[in-house]
Write a protein that binds this ligand. Structure first.
Ligand SMILES: Nc1ncnc2c1ncn2[C@@H]1O[C@H](COP(=O)(O)OP(=O)(O)OP(=O)(O)O)[C@@H](O)[C@H]1O
Length: 275
């Protein structure tokens, strides 16, 4: 059974049709990336999936008891507030030392436990947010432009960590990113959104689709090909049901050096934003 399935979701915000008959399914263990221009509804779609916004029409089904971990774009912390990483992880709900250390280790941030939040670099901060999202042992991890502000190697390392998590924990990952060639190389499926789903499928398929090229040009396709070619010295083929299902093979760069649910159903109703 799919973790989440959206069937023809539509939503208007501020008088504007932000989501227009969007259908999407997320299967256990797959990495799906949503790409699209600014204002194309990517964050809104994530909010619908986590239940913070409700669609005006269409249906959303989540697997019974589905645990979702959410990593936001950014989180403001008062720079004058003394707050260690360990204490941050216990907000708002206290977690055990064991759980905190395990989550930090899984996020590649085990050494940061006693650091002040305000002393962290951008990449370290995002890993701590990732650790916080892991505390619930999610079956679905949702990342909303989680590497905004990081340089390209920092982003690549972060996504390699996410890929390792998927491999080790089997969680599915849904992410939004503007770093097309980095995330597309790490994704099983890509969904190109512009209010509606323009095109979707394997990264190579989407990168060469006319709808995608109309939005992003052809540069990304070249970058994607380059990325894969340049790193084929230690590619590993993923043994993954989804690939078998879709008859595709996704190659990923091995970054092991730095990697360290009754059915809930939201029914359509008449109002828009609720949170
Ligand atoms: N609460 C709101 N009220 C009114 N309009 C909103 C609201 N939230 C989002 N919008 C509008 O909905 C549209 C889609 O916003 P959304 O944040 O989902 O886009 P996005 O694809 O994530 O954009 P970006 O790439 O810039 O982050 C935008 O035009 C935005 O201004």
């Amino acid at each position: 059974m799919s973790l989440v399935s959206l069937d023809s979701i539509s939503l208007r915000l501020g008088g504007r049709q932000v989501l227009d008959h969007v259908s999407l399914t997320l299967e256990p263990g797959e990495i799906v990336t949503i790409v699209g221009p600014n204002g194309s509804g990517k964050s809104t779609l994530l909010k619908v999936i986590i239940g913070a916004l409700h669609p005006e029409s269409g249906r959303i089904n989540r697997q019974k008891g589905l645990k979702i971990g959410y990593v936001p774009q950014k989180l403001h912390i008062d720079p004058t507030l003394p707050l260690t990483v360990r204490r941050f992880l216990s907000l708002p709900n206290r977690v055990s030392d064991e759980a905190a250390h395990a989550a930090l280790d899984d996020a590649g941030a085990g050494h940061l436990c006693n650091h002040q939040m305000t002393d962290l670099s951008g990449g370290q901060f995002q890993r701590v947010l990732l650790a916080r999202a892991l505390l619930t042992e999610p079956e679905l991890l949702i990342l909303d432009e989680a590497t905004q502000g990081l340089d390209q190697p920092g982003s690549a390392d972060f996504y390699a960590q996410v890929e390792a998590l998927r491999r080790d924990k089997g969680c599915a990952v849904l992410m939004v990113s503007h770093e097309l060639h980095v995330v597309m190389a790490a994704s099983d499926r890509v969904v190109c959104l512009n209010g509606h789903v323009c095109c979707h499928g394997a990264p190579e398929h989407v990168a060469s689709a006319p709808e995608y090229r109309a939005l992003f040009g052809t540069g990304t396709h070249g970058a994607l090909a380059l990325y894969r070619h340049d790193h084929n010295h230690d590619h590993c083929d993923l043994d993954h049901d989804h690939e078998a299902h879709h008859g595709q093979q996704v190659h990923m760069h091995d970054h092991s050096h730095d990697r360290t649910h009754g059915d809930s159903q939201d029914h359509p109703h008449d109002h828009g934003e609720t949170a």
